[in-house]
Design a protein around this ligand. Structure first.
Ligand code: NDP
Ligand code: 2IT
Length: 448
């Protein structure tokens, strides 16, 4: 049987087992498509059914999260933790609070996390969790009560030795603080059970910056292979949350000009560039005022496009940093036709499969999320180490380690993704590079 029909057969069985889980099936399809030929060449993975095992979560926890809003009304949300794979370390991965959260989205994120965490070279398994709770428009008190209720169930399933959650969409420093406080109270122990903690209670310097900075470091490595850099490049960024903000900061520091940012309602286009001072306003707008991106356009008198994404604008480099499936085929074509030479994914699975095909067919630099955004979880791993040795490293130390990790991930992608004509298929490189360590560890540990 050829690998295309083997792939179809594999996908048929996965689809039958995970009915309606669109995003999870999309992620598995993309990974297995590049892995199957490699597995055919290395029969030990086939005989041990690694692909079948790695796509089945070790454990899925689903629970009720009741809480009382400011007007005294009882609200009920659904909480999840997907414990996907612990072959190379404790489950590790973020929590997402967003109304779209469901089992499919969290399983796709947990699946991606297994490969990403392996790529970092640190000993972390893969997991993900969250809730369909929408923090938008909620008071701090409501967010606190929700987080306390969420942790009142989650605490019995996690610990610094077994499963270490962190942030993701809708979960930042504020939420991690409330979650940590409740865990500590319930367990009566002070441990590094969460990462992304405040600096006063065990957090790591550079963790807030890590995903955005890491993405830019990874893109920088890709650009270097073409004797290019960020200097004087026009950069399109989507999102305006944690990842987008620090990607924008690093791009500007490296001499690039960021002309777009977005949120779920639309995007802004600032042809003069979103410089340091304007970025400070974005940080105030998004992290403190919790307002809409349109307010930037009103303040600086620039274009705001409602209901659209930034990919319609002309740019040399695109950094999608908002959410999954935010670049479709049409938008990918527009990017490439407008001369975009590099797409580096700060978000998880922001490009649809059709968009990825456009990038690969045009042989532009395409850095998939599991490689390009691994800086966040990598510094989470460094936070775990600092907690374990009861020491704090300086900004410079953590930043240097982050840079080294991103460069190493880039090298791994080249090792497994360089094709006969010299083109580096980073998708293939990151999938195989992330797979090997986990798969070998699974074989070594027997059928568990
Ligand atoms: P934040 O919550 O800080 O910001 C998310 C941003 O994306 C906001 O601007 C938000 O707009 C926008 N957004 C969210 N959902 C949608 C949607 N459905 N459509 C359009 N825009 C949307 O999250 P992060 O910055 O932490 O996460 C961004 C991405 O990066 C996610 O894909 C996440 O999984 C990924 N990531 C995050 C890491 C981290 O360390 N935080 C690590 C690795 C990856 P609005 O305010 O309107 O909701
Ligand atoms: O998608 C991700 O890698 C994250 N949200 C960060 C996970 C973590 O444990 O820091």
């Amino acid at each position: 049987m050829n690998s295309t029909s083997t792939h179809q057969e594999f996908m048929n069985s996965i689809t039958a087992k995970n009915i309606g889980e669109t995003e999870f099936l999309q992620a598995v399809h993309e990974v297995s498509d590049t892995l199957l030929p490699f597995i055919e060449e290395n029969p030990k993975y086939k005989h041990n059914k690694i692909l079948e095992r790695i796509t089945e979560p070790e454990r899925v926890i689903i629970f009720r999260v009741p809480w009382v809003d400011d007007s005294g009304i009882v609200q009920i949300n659904r909480g999840y933790r997907i414990e996907m794979n612990s072959a190379i370390g404790p489950y590790k991965g973020g929590l997402r609070f967003h109304p779209t959260v469901n089992l499919s989205i969290l399983k796709f994120l947990a699946f991606e996390q297994v490969f990403k965490n392996s790529l970092t070279t640190l000993p972390m398994g893969g997991g993900k969790g969250g809730s369909d709770f929408d923090p938008k428009g909620k008071s701090d008190q409501e967010v606190m009560r929700f987080c306390q209720s969420f942790m009142t169930e989650l605490f019995r399933h996690i610990s610094h030795l077994t499963d270490v959650p962190a942030g993701d969409i809708g979960v930042g420093g504020r939420e991690i603080g409330y979650l940590f406080g409740q865990y500590k109270r319930l367990k009566n122990e002070f441990t590094g059970v969460l990462t992304g903690k405040g600096i006063e209670y065990g957090g790591s310097l550079i963790r807030p910056e890590a995903t955005g900075y890491g993405n830019v470091y990874f893109a920088h490595e890709m650009l270097k292979t073409k004797n290019e850099s960020f200097k004087d490049k026009i950069v399109l960024i989507s999102g305006s949350g944690n990842v987008a903000q620090f990607a924008a900061e690093k791009v500007t520091e490296l001499g690039g000009k960021v002309v777009t940012l977005s949120d779920s309602t639309g995007y802004i286009y600032d042809p003069e560039g979103i410089d340091r001072e304007k970025l400070e306003y974005i940080m105030y707008l998004k992290n403190i005022k919790r307002g809409r991106i349109k307010e930037y356009a009103d303040k600086y008198d620039v274009k705001y496009v409602d209901g659209k994404r930034p990919w319609l604008e002309k740019g040399d480099i695109a950094l999608p940093c908002a959410t999954q499936n935010e670049i479709n085929e049409e938008e990918a074509k527009i990017l490439v036709n407008n001369g975009c030479i590099c797409v580096s994914e700060g978000a998880n699975m922001p490009s649809t499969p059709e968009a990825i095909n456009i990038f690969l067919n045009h042989k532009i630099l395409f850095g998939p999320g599991k490689a390009a955004n691994a800086g966040g979880v990598a510094v989470s791993g460094l936070e775990m180490t600092q907690n374990a040795i009861k020491m704090n490293w300086s900004r410079e130390e953590v930043d240097a380690k982050l840079k080294t990790i991103m460069t190493d991930i880039h090298n791994t992608c080249i090792k497994y993704g360089k094709e006969a004509d010299g083109f580096v298929n980073y998708l293939k490189g990151s999938n195989i590079g992330g797979f090997v360590k986990v798969a070998d560890a699974m074989i070594a540990q027997g059928v568990v």
